[in-house]
Design a protein around this ligand. Structure first.
Ligand code: NAI
Ligand code: PHE
Length: 352
C-alpha cells in the first residue's frame, strides 16, 4: 500500500517511522526542497489506516510547496503526520514528541515544522528540545512566536476583501459571510468580519464555540450539517478539508469561497466545477499562508509586526494576480495558482 502511494507521488522524499511504544506511525513528506528546507505543519490524527495518514501527508506537503513559493518564503514544501491509535496526553504525549523530535533532527535541517491539526505550541516546545532551530510557533514563554491562528485569520480577511472586490465589486461591509469552524482561525476571522460590518453566520460541531462566536459577532448559527447549503455571499471553510466536492458544489448558495482550511477541494476537478457555477474560489494555499508567514517570518527572518502586517496584506494582491491569470488562461483559479507557483519554482535554482 505504501509502495503504491509513494510511486504515484511527485515529491522528493518520504520518511516513515513506526513508533512501537504507542503503535503510532510517523510520516514526514518532503515534497520539494527547491526553495529551501521543506517546511510544513505536523498533524496528529486517528486515521482509518496508516496508508490514509501517509496519503494525507503527501497531499498536504504538495500544497505547502505552492503555498510557500507564492508567499515568497525561502522554504520548500513538507508536512508530517503522526497517525496515532488515540490522541495521547500527559507523559505519553511528551515522550512521543521527543521521539518524533529525534526523527526530525535526523534529517539535519532538511525538514522544519510547526503546529497543525491536534498539535500545539506546547508540543512544539517539546519537539524543540530534540530538534532545536527546526521548529516554528513554540510558545511565547519559550521564546517562540506563539499561535499562528491570528495571523492566518488576518491573511484570510485580506484575501476575502480582495476577492469580494474582484467578484462582487464591493468590500465585505454588508455582505453575509458564513464561517464554518470557529476555532483558532475561524473565531478570529469572525471578529474581524463583524468589525468590518459583515453579517456573520457561524457553524461549528462544538455548540459552545458556535454560541460564543455568534454572540461576539452578533451573528446567527446554522447547524454543522447545513453549512454548505446555507445561503450567503461568502462561504469561509475554516474547519476541515474536502468540503468542496461533487456532492456539495451543486448545492452551494454562495458567490465566493474564501477560507482557511487546507485542501478544500476534494479533487482538482472541483476547481472547475466551482468555476462552471460562477463561484469565485480563493485557492486555500494562497489565502491561508498567514500562519507560515507568521512562523517563518517572525522566528526565522526576524520580521517585526509592521513587516508581518505588510506581508499578510500582500495575500490580497497575490490573489488578484491569480484571478487575472485564471481569466487570461481560461482555467480554474486553483489551476492558475498552481501554475503561478510552478513558475516561481522553475525560476529558482535547480533541485538540490
Ligand atoms: P481549530 O482546531 O482551532 O478549529 C477548527 C474548528 O472547526 C473547531 O472549532 C472544530 O470544532 C470545528 N469543526 C471541526 N469539524 C467541523 C465540522 N464538520 N463543521 C463545523 N465545524 C467543525 O483549527 P484552526 O487552527 O482554527 O484551523 C482551521 C483550519 O485552517 C484547519 O483546516 C487548518 O488546517 C487550517 N489552517 C490553519 C492555520 C493556522 O495557522 N492555525 C494555517 C493554515 C491553515
Ligand atoms: N501548519 C501551518 C500551515 O499549514 C503553518 C506553518 C507552516 C507555519 C510552515 C510555519 C511553517 O500553513
Amino acid at each position: 500500500m505504501f509502495e503504491t502511494l509513494i510511486a504515484g507521488w511527485d515529491g522528493e522524499r518520504v520518511v516513515v517511522r513506526f513508533d512501537a511504544p504507542i503503535g503510532a506511525w510517523m510520516f514526514i513528506c518532503m515534497h520539494s526542497t527547491r526553495l529551501g528546507p521543506a517546511g510544513g505543519g505536523t498533524r496528529m490524527k486517528v486515521y482509518e489506516s496508516p496508508a490514509e495518514g501517509l496519503a494525507d501527508a503527501m497531499r498536504l506537503s504538495a500544497a505547502m510547496t505552492s503555498k510557500l513559493a507564492l508567499a515568497g518564503l525561502p522554504f520548500g514544501g513538507g508536512k508530517a503526520v503522526l497517525a496515532v491509535r488515540e490522541i495521547p496526553h500527559g507523559d505519553a504525549r511528551r515522550e512521543l514528541f521527543l521521539r518524533y523530535g529525534d526523527t526530525v533532527a535526523s534529517l539535519r535541517g532538511g525538514f522544519v515544522t510547526a503546529p497543525d491539526i491536534n498539535t500545539t505550541e506546547s508540543d512544539m516546545d517539546v519537539l524543540a528540545e530534540r530538534a532545536p532551530g527546526l521548529v516554528f510557533c513554540r510558545s511565547v514563554a519559550n521564546g517562540g512566536s506563539g499561535s499562528s491562528a491570528p495571523a492566518t485569520a488576518m491573511g484570510v480577511f485580506h484575501g476575502m476583501r480582495a476577492t469580494a472586490q474582484r467578484a462582487l465589486g464591493r468590500d465585505v461591509d454588508g455582505l453575509t459571510v458564513l464561517v464554518q469552524g470557529v476555532g483558532g482561525v475561524g473565531g478570529k476571522l469572525v471578529e474581524l468580519l463583524a468589525r468590518a460590518g459583515a453579517a456573520v453566520v457561524v457553524s461549528d460541531v462544538d455548540a459552545d464555540r458556535a454560541r460564543d462566536a455568534a454572540a461576539n459577532a452578533r451573528g446567527r448559527i446554522v447547524p454543522a450539517d447545513r453549512a454548505t447549503e446555507t445561503e450567503c455571499d461568502i462561504y469561509a471553510p475554516c474547519a476541515l478539508g474536502g468540503t468542496l466536492n461533487e456532492g456539495t458544489i451543486p448545492r452551494l448558495r454562495c458567490r465566493v469561497v474564501a477560507g482557511a482550511a487546507n485542501n478544500q477541494l476534494a479533487t482538482p476537478q472541483d476547481g472547475d466545477r466551482l468555476a462552471a457555477r460562477g463561484i469565485v474560489y480563493a485557492p486555500d494555499f494562497v489565502i491561508n499562508a498567514g500562519g507560515a508567514l507568521h512562523g517563518a517570518g517572525v522566528e526565522l527572518l526576524g520580521w517585526d509586526d509592521e513587516r508581518l502586517a505588510q506581508e499578510l496584506a500582500q495575500i490580497g494582491d497575490t490573489l488578484l494576480e491569480v484571478y487575472d491569470r485564471a481569466e487570461r488562461d481560461g482555467t480554474s483559479t486553483d489551476a492558475a495558482a498552481k501554475q503561478f507557483a510552478e513558475e516561481r519554482l522553475s525560476a529558482a535554482s535547480p533541485a538540490r
